[in-house]
Write a protein that binds this ligand. Structure first.
Ligand code: BG6
Length: 501
């Protein structure tokens, strides 16, 4: 699909970490694939810089984040001709004149991407309005986390809604743009074999884990305010949970999908009072080794308060109160400076009721369906097979569906269509997919306002309890899998995290 109409894309936070690491590389890749509509990209930043210096920064960022195979000078040349830079203080309404003079009155479509801290969103939309920069067809993309609790999210929503209708607002969660997440929907809703198993009768529990080996890097200012719970749990992990647990939508249409996701969030068992201590573990990394190199503790990172109570790790046990999922725990976990960078959804099936073979570890041999979102995107199904040779010995075997990274250990299941035979297909980046969808006016993979509010409503008691608590986060050594309490969270239920796969 091509977008025929030209667009002007205005990127607030245009030289920030997100823009440089993710947004510009994604826009460049869209351009490389000739999917980016005509029109200019205007980066808005606070620093006074010449356009040349900005271009150099953006080029460096793109070329250090996209694979060598896609670093194309001709494409960069074409892409760079679209770029403009406007320096302004977003809290100064008058300053927006500088932006107004860069925008073409004749361009029919504008997309404003707000990649700043969310407390600035209200100021930005008010100033855009006062400077008459919002057209009837304009759209706004809001980066997460939107607000820091339910009340602040409501405030932001209200301010944005004064100038943009719900159809014009795209609340982004880039995990929904990841290829494997969409594949999870296709796998669930385009195959009939899974549906009969996808419930409390056959599933023992589900794990969703996003681990990062990096620390806080240069984002201490942001992270100190936000912490792992607001940065990852309230959005990315909850969204993944929704996709795994939702009922089949009647249609692949924005509201049909989002209605089902909202129902999941509404069915989450509240975690309040004493449950918070029992079911939610927060941690903070101490010094240790990351990828073989010594790294400082979180409190010794540049820009972090030496007494910081900010959590860099969260693990929790979540339950969904409905017929499909009653009694099936969902264990969610995320953290920085963990043993490796990985993101996995593990659907652990129940063990067989009775074994006729000599299986010593009936439980660990139970079937598992693993959706690996990164680093090597793919899907694996752990089954049991006979060990070749005498006797009837059983061993685990893995069937793997891995789009980009076949490994000798796994059988590769290839698509049957002529298109996918003998071709390497580039797996699009999450932001590429979502930026395209926003430009193409497809909000299916974006959050609706009620979804966001429900999510905040559910997490608010946990955040409020931590705010009042005098306890510190549990410490863990950098380069490990987090605090021992997170292991205990599962061990108490006779289970283990799926690690070292
Ligand atoms: C962002 C968080 O939303 O997601 C970052 O703000 C985190 O802290 C990042 O590092 C992880 O995204 P990905 O796609 O690299 O797993």
């Amino acid at each position: 699909m091509q977008i025929e109409q030209p667009y002007e894309l205005v990127l607030f936070g245009g030289l920030g970490d997100l823009a440089l690491r993710k947004l510009f590389p994604a826009l460049y890749l869209l351009d490389l694939d000739k999917r980016l509509p005509q029109g200019r990209i205007i980066a808005v930043g606070r620093k006074t810089l010449k356009l040349n210096a900005v271009m150099t920064k953006i080029k460096q960022a793109i070329f250090s984040h996209v694979d060598e195979r896609y670093q194309d000078d001709a494409c960069w040349q074409r892409f760079s001709e679209r770029l403009q830079y406007v320096c302004l203080d977003v809290q100064q309404a008058d300053a927006y004149q500088a932006l107004a003079s860069e925008l073409e009155e004749t361009c029919p479509n504008r997309l404003f991407y707000l990649a700043t801290a969310s407390y600035l969103y209200a100021d930005i939309v008010v100033s855009l309005h006062h400077n008459q920069l919002i057209q009837a067809s304009s759209k706004v993309v809001l980066e997460k986390p939107i607000g820091h609790d339910l009340a602040s999210a409501k405030e932001i929503n209200k301010s944005v809604a004064e100038y943009f209708s719900e159809e014009q607002i795209y609340r982004i969660d880039h995990y929904l743009g990841k290829e494997t997440v969409q594949n999870l929907m296709v796998l669930r809703f385009a195959n009939s074999i899974f549906e009969s198993q996808w419930n409390q009768k056959y599933i023992d529990h589900i794990q969703i884990s996003i681990s990062e080996s990096l620390g806080v890097e240069k984002r201490a200012g942001f992270y100190e305010q936000v912490g792992a719970f607001r940065d990852m749990m309230q959005n990315h992990l909850l969204q993944l949970l929704c996709i795994v647990a939702m009922e089949p939508p009647a249609k692949m249409e924005p509201d049909a999908v989002r209605d089902e996701k909202v129902k999941v969030i509404k069915a989450l068992r509240p975690i309040e009072g004493k449950d918070i201590q029992d079911k939610v573990i927060r941690g903070q990394y101490n010094q240790g080794l990351s990828e073989g190199k010594p790294v400082p503790s979180y409190r010794n990172e540049e820009g972090v308060d030496g007494q910081s109570q900010t959590e860099t790790f969260v693990a929790m046990k979540v339950e969904i109160e409905n017929w499909r999922w009653a009694g099936v725990p969902f264990y969610l976990r995320t953290g920085k400076r963990l043993a490796e960078r990985a993101c996995e959804i593990v659907v652990q099936f129940k063990e067989i009721p009775h074994s006729i073979f000599a299986m010593q570890h009936k439980k660990t041999m139970a079937n598992k369906l693993i959706f690996r979102l990164q680093p090597d995107e793919g899907i694996r199904l752990q089954l049991c097979e006979k060990k070749i040779g005498s006797g009837m010995n059983v061993r685990p075997m893995i069937l793997s569906l891995n789009p980009d990274n076949p490994s000798q250990d796994f059988i590769r299941l290839q698509g049957n269509d002529n298109d996918s035979k003998n071709k390497t297909v580039r797996v699009p980046e999450a932001y590429e997919r979502l930026l395209f969808d926003a430009l193409a006016s497809n909000p299916t993979l974006f959050l609706r306002d009620d979804e966001l509010m429900q999510a905040w409503d559910w997490v608010d008691p946990i955040l409020a309890a931590w705010q009042e608590s005098e306890d510190s986060p549990e410490s863990y050594t950098a380069g490990t899998w987090g605090p021992a309490e997170a292991t205990l969270l599962l061990a108490r239920d006779g289970r283990l995290w799926n690690e070292n796969n």
